[in-house]
Design a protein around this ligand. Structure first.
Ligand SMILES: Cc1ncc(COP(=O)(O)O)c(C=O)c1O
Length: 418
C-alpha cells in the first residue's frame, strides 16, 4: 500500500515560517472573503467579526468545563447567553439551556433527552423512532444512529413545509420525538410549528424545533416588520429548541445553544458518572473540555449587537436576499422551489439540468452547494454575498447560457454537504 502519511515533525520552526507554510497549504482554498462559499462562514460586519475574535482570544486558554469551579466569569457569561436565548424564545420560568459546540451536538442532546423521557414514561426498551420532515437535518440521523433509533421522514406539502398529516401517519407508540425546522436547511422555509406542536400535545410526544439556522436571527426579521412564522416555547408541544450562535448569531465557532422547557427535561441529557476514581463527573454537553473563548466571544458579540444590531443585521440580510431573489427571477430558465423565509435560497430549473449550471459556476470559482430532491442550487446567504451579487448573477447567466448552447457535457458534480 502506498502511503502519503506525514512524518512526525523535527520541530524548531518559528512563527513566521509556520505562518508561511500554513498560508501556502491553504492557497487553494475557496475565497470565502469574496463570497465564493455558499455555506461554512458567516459574517455580519467587520466590527462584529473583530469583537468576536478579540473576546475569543481573551479566554483562549480557559476551559468552560471549569465554569462553575474555576472560571467563574466564563460560567456567568454562559448563563447570560442562555438567558438571552430564553428571553428570545418565550421560555417559561423553569426553562433552561446549555451552550454547546454546534448544531449537531445540540440536536444530539435533545434527541437523548426525548428518548429518555419516552423510556421513563412508557417503560419501553424496544425499538424506538423519530418522525421528522423529509428536510430535517442529517444531524438527527447521526444521533439516531448512535442511539439505535429509527428515522421516519415525512413528505412535504407543495410549499416545501412538512405535511403534518403525513407525520401523524408515521407515528406509533414507539415514537420518541417529532421534529420541525425553523427554517429547514434544504429550502429555507419554516415548518408548520404550531400544527406539529398540537400533534405533539395530542399524542404526548416530545417535539424539538431545530432553529440552528434561524434561532438567533428570525425573531429579528419579525421585529423589523418582515414576519417569519413563530417557532418557540409559546407552543406548548415544544419541549426543546436548538439554535446556533455560530451561524446567524454571527459568533465565532464553535457555538450553539440547546434550550429545554424545564430543568427536568435538561437533566435527561445530562450525563453523570460517579463510578470512577476521580469522583462525580457531570456534564450537560457531549464534550467535556469546551473552549471558553467561544463562550466569551458569544457573550461579547451578543452584547455588542444587542437588539438594535440584530435588527440591523436582519434588515441587511433581508434586503440582500430579496435582491438576489429578484435577480434570479430575472433569469427565465430558473425558478425557486420555495419562497425563501430567512436567509437560505434554493432554485432550479424545469428546462435545464441545474447541476450543469453548477459546474459552470464551479469553473468560474464559486463553490456550488446542491440539493437533489428536487435538483437545486443552494445558498445559505451571509453578508459576504452582498458585494458580489452582480458578479454572481453575471456568472449565473453565463453558466445558464452555456448549458442552453449545449456547450457543457453530462454533469459529474454530485450533491455533497460536507
Ligand atoms: C437546520 C440545521 N440544523 C443543524 C445543523 C448542524 O449544525 P452544525 O454544523 O453546527 O453541527 C445545520 C447546519 O447547517 C442546519 O442547517
Amino acid at each position: 500500500m502506498t502511503t502519503t502519511r506525514a512524518s512526525f515533525p523535527e520541530g524548531g520552526r518559528g512563527w513566521n515560517e509556520l505562518q508561511q507554510a500554513m498560508r501556502a497549504t491553504s492557497s487553494g482554498d475557496i475565497d470565502w472573503k469574496r463570497g465564493r462559499s455558499p455555506l461554512f462562514v458567516f459574517l455580519n460586519d467587520a466590527e462584529t467579526y473583530e469583537i468576536g475574535r478579540k473576546a475569543y482570544f481573551e479566554y483562549f486558554s480557559e476551559n468552560a468545563l471549569g465554569g462553575s469551579r474555576a472560571f467563574f466569569g466564563i460560567g456567568k457569561m454562559e448563563r447570560d447567553v442562555i438567558d438571552y436565548g430564553l428571553s428570545l424564545f418565550s421560555a417559561p420560568d423553569d426553562a433552561t439551556g446549555v451552550f454547546t459546540n454546534g448544531g449537531s451536538e445540540s440536536i444530539f442532546l435533545a434527541v437523548k433527552a426525548a428518548r429518555d423521557a419516552h423510556r421513563a414514561r412508557v417503560g419501553s426498551t424496544g425499538s424506538m423512532n423519530i418522525v421528522m420532515p423529509d428536510t430535517a437535518h442529517a444531524a438527527f440521523d447521526k444521533a439516531a444512529n448512535a442511539m439505535d433509533l429509527e428515522i421516519r421522514r415525512a413528505s412535504l406539502r407543495a410549499d416545501k413545509r412538512v405535511d403534518v398529516e403525513a407525520m401523524e401517519q408515521l407515528v406509533d407508540g414507539n415514537t420518541v420525538l417529532l421534529v420541525g425546522s425553523a427554517p429547514c436547511y434544504p429550502h429555507g422555509v419554516i415548518d408548520p410549528i404550531e400544527e406539529i406542536s398540537s400533534l405533539a400535545v395530542r399524542l404526548n410526544i416530545w417535539m424539538h424545533v431545530d432553529a440552528c439556522v434561524g434561532g438567533w436571527i428570525a425573531p429579528f426579521f419579525t421585529r423589523i416588520g418582515r414576519p417569519t412564522a413563530p417557532f418557540d416555547f409559546r407552543y406548548p408541544g415544544v419541549r426543546s429548541i436548538s439554535a446556533d450562535l455560530h451561524k446567524f448569531g454571527f459568533c465565532p465557532k464553535p457555538a450553539s445553544t440547546v434550550f429545554y422547557r424545564s430543568l427536568e427535561d435538561q437533566q435527561r441529557a445530562t450525563f453523570v458518572c460517579d463510578q470512577w476514581p476521580s469522583g462525580v463527573f457531570r456534564t450537560a454537553t457531549l464534550s467535556g473540555t469546551r473552549p471558553a473563548g467561544a463562550i466569551a466571544a458569544a457573550w461579547a458579540v451578543l452584547n455588542h449587537l444587542g437588539t438594535s444590531g440584530y435588527e440591523r443585521a436582519a434588515h441587511n440580510l433581508a434586503s440582500m436576499v430579496d435582491a438576489y431573489v429578484d435577480d434570479i427571477n430575472g433569469i427565465p430558465e430558473l425558478e425557486f422551489w420555495a419562497k425563501p423565509e430567512v436567509s437560505i435560497i434554493n432554485f432550479g430549473s424545469k428546462e435545464l439540468d441545474i447541476f450543469e449550471v453548477a459546474e459552470g459556476m464551479a469553473a468560474r470559482g464559486w463553490l456550488p452547494a446542491l440539493t437533489r430532491r428536487p435538483k437545486g442550487l443552494h445558498l445559505m446567504m451571509s453578508l459576504f454575498h452582498e458585494p458580489v451579487r452582480d458578479e454572481f448573477i453575471a456568472d449565473l447567466r453565463a453558466s445558464v447560457a452555456d448549458v442552453k448552447r449545449g456547450s457543457t457535457g453530462t454533469p459529474k458534480i454530485e450533491a455533497t454537504y460536507s
